[in-house]
Ligand binder design. Structure first.
Ligand SMILES: [Fe+2]
Ligand SMILES: [Fe+2]
Length: 266
């Protein structure tokens, strides 16, 4: 069983990068299941239904979210009409949808959970460990369990991964949009990476047009963060390879591809 998990898809450039990246990875590997973080898909914040449909056309099986889960109001309506969008499990305010779901992939049950970190995240959340432990202990068991841990702090991500070692198949960090070089298999077979990275504009600040961000962060000016839709395209993901007998993750391979933005430049 091979599963790819794609980092936060940011705006139109991110959607184009995801399409190209999925095609390339699937050409080179047998891929059984595709998960992607979709919290930034629509103009960098949230997920419109039309863009959800677009991602389905690219071959994505499941979309996880993050702190921007409700930035496009319409998701509150359609999240319950589809069966493959997972919003953060441990948000405190009432919200439609679920934070963990089981999917049938080949002959196996694959659970996917989306969790928010507690450090430097504005959303008020329940304790991430206790929230997922409740799922592990009380909900339908699965052969493979992939956790998208959407959090800011690398140390919080490492702590949760060690705390869940042996209890889930993979703890994959998202949210910071910068792919880290620490992918590994922990002692009790749980795969971990602090951050999978992102899909989007290559010469950007975490997916956003760099001058629009620099003007605000460095020079304190007001203004919107824009997305450069003509820039080259970055694709970040991890490929998880599972042992056929034990269902343990035996390898976590980081993927970074940069594509020319041909359509816009020609
Ligand atoms: Fe994000
Ligand atoms: Fe985020």
């Amino acid at each position: 069983m091979n599963i790819i998990f794609i980092g936060d898809i940011v705006g139109k450039s991110g959607r184009k990068a995801a399409k190209k990246g999925i095609d390339l990875v699937c050409k080179k590997n047998q891929v059984d299941f595709v998960i992607a973080n979709g919290e930034n898909v629509s103009h960098g914040r949230g997920l419109l239904e039309k863009h959800y449909d677009e991602l389905m056309d690219y071959g994505i099986d499941v979309i996880t979210l993050g702190n921007h889960f409700d930035n496009k109001a319409e998701i509150k309506r359609y999240i319950t009409q589809v069966d493959n969008i997972i919003r953060p499990l441990n948000i405190i305010r009432p919200y439609p949808g679920v934070g963990s779901l089981v999917f049938k992939v080949n002959h196996l049950k694959v659970r996917v959970t989306n969790l928010l970190g507690s450090a430097f995240i504005n959303e008020e959340v329940n304790n991430p460990y206790l929230s997922i432990k409740d799922v592990i202990d009380n909900e339908e068991p699965a052969d493979i369990h992939i956790v998208d841990f959407h959090a800011e702090s690398t140390s919080e991500k490492q702590c949760l991964a060690y705390a869940l070692d042996g209890l889930v198949s993979a703890v994959l960090g998202t949210h910071t949009h910068v792919q880290t070089n620490d992918g590994k298999i922990l002692e009790k077979h749980t795969a971990f990476i602090s951050d999978v990275g992102m899909c989007g504009s290559y010469n950007s600040v975490i997916g956003f047009e760099k001058d629009s961000v620099i003007n605000k962060i460095i020079f304190g000016k007001n203004g919107r963060f824009e997305i450069d839709e003509n820039d080259d395209l970055l694709f970040n993901a991890v490929l998880l390879k599972f042992d056929e007998e034990s269902n343990f993750c035996k390898d976590i391979i980081t993927i970074k591809e940069v594509f020319a933005n041909e359509e816009e430049k020609n």
